[in-house]
Design a protein around this ligand. Structure first.
Ligand SMILES: Nc1ncnc2c1ncn2[C@@H]1O[C@H](COP(=O)(O)OP(=O)(O)OP(=O)(O)O)[C@@H](O)[C@H]1O
Ligand SMILES: [Mg+2]
Length: 295
């Protein structure tokens, strides 16, 4: 076992394809102004798989997420759920689809209706899950459990509006929604961008726990190739709307084939150069010296 294997999240057997994209493209605008934001991508996301999509700003990551969620149309190609073209015509079909496929976005403020109180946000999830007619006391139980999963106290949140929460609390509330909905696939578009390193680790932890407990498929969209390597089974590298490289995280990070991936990796040498770990000691010494310690 190598040093890098040891620190990574445990792998598992992945066989059951949940979502498959076939030659999917998104073109914004028309004629000379047409912009191919996503350009002929293919992918298979399997049950319980953790996928990362990594690419620079403007490479089409969020656009792809929006196509998968049905928030924007697919210009070319198609999306299949369990081998069937996705049914997304009627309101009932959309609700069913969103029960299974959910997202948390870069900007948590945009997820919530600012005029809905927090209990309403969570009650909507219970409804979407098909439990509209449960007695209220039971709904409170579900909401309380979801809040405590993300270290929030439901009693303190009722009657508050989302904008009265901090960025970190809001992000955890988004995960409480996911905890209630238990979708089969979750797209997390830079979910940790607003929080400090400590909350970031906690949020990742919560998401990985959901994967383990529910066999949820999680698609991380991120600029952070270190995070991608640490958590993912599979990594897709995206550039100008295309996947320029894809494979297991070891294949992509330890043995990159495309020049673009190599260039991305050159910014973070410590991921695949284990001898760099020794630099920890240097930092400790430096820290001790800088903080006036005499060790
Ligand atoms: N609603 C829209 N109308 C027109 N063009 C759009 C729209 N949304 C995105 N684009 C364009 O599509 C391309 C891809 O944008 P997208 O938001 O998917 O990038 P991204 O990879 O998510 O970037 P970032 O890392 O900065 O979030 C960009 O050229 C962008 O200008
Ligand atoms: Mg984006």
């Amino acid at each position: 076992m190598t040093e890098t294997d040891r620190v990574k999240v445990k792998r598992r057997e992945l066989t059951d394809t949940f979502l498959e994209g076939k030659n999917m493209s998104k073109v914004y605008g028309m004629g000379r102004k047409a912009n191919r934001a996503v350009d002929n991508v293919n992918f298979k996301f399997r049950r319980g798989e953790i996928v990362s999509i990594v690419g620079e700003s403007g490479s089409g990551k969020t656009t792809l997420a929006k196509m998968i969620l049905g928030l924007t149309s697919i210009t070319e190609g198609q999306l299949e759920v369990h081998g069937q073209p996705r049914a997304f015509g009627t309101t009932a079909e959309k609700r069913e689809y969103w029960k299974n496929i959910q997202a948390i976005f870069q900007d948590p403020f945009s997820t919530y209706n600012v005029f809905s109180k927090i209990d309403k946000v969570l009650l909507n999830c219970i409804e979407l899950r098909g439990q509209k007619n449960l007695p209220y006391a039971q709904k409170v139980e579900i909401m309380t459990e979801a809040c405590s999963f993300v270290n929030l106290r439901f009693a303190e949140l009722t009657n508050k509006y989302p904008f009265e929460l901090s960025g970190g609390q809001m992000q955890r509330l988004m995960i409480a929604r996911i905890y209630i909905l238990k979708p089969k696939l979750l797209i997390a578009d830079e979910p940790t961008s607003m929080v400090d390193a400590c909350s970031r680790a906690t949020i990742l932890d919560m998401l990985l726990k959901l994967r383990d407990e529910e066999d949820m498929t999680i698609v991380f969209i991120t600029h952070d190739i270190g995070l991608a390597y640490y958590v993912s089974d599979t990594i897709y590298i995206m550039k100008s709307g295309q996947f320029v490289e894809q494979g297991t995280s070891d294949e992509v990070i330890l043995n990159p084939k495309s020049d673009y991936t190599k260039r991305l990796l050159s910014d973070v040498p410590s991921i695949y150069e284990p001898w760099d770990l020794s630099s920890d000691d240097v930092e400790e010494d430096e820290f001790a010296a800088a903080s006036g310690g005499d060790s």
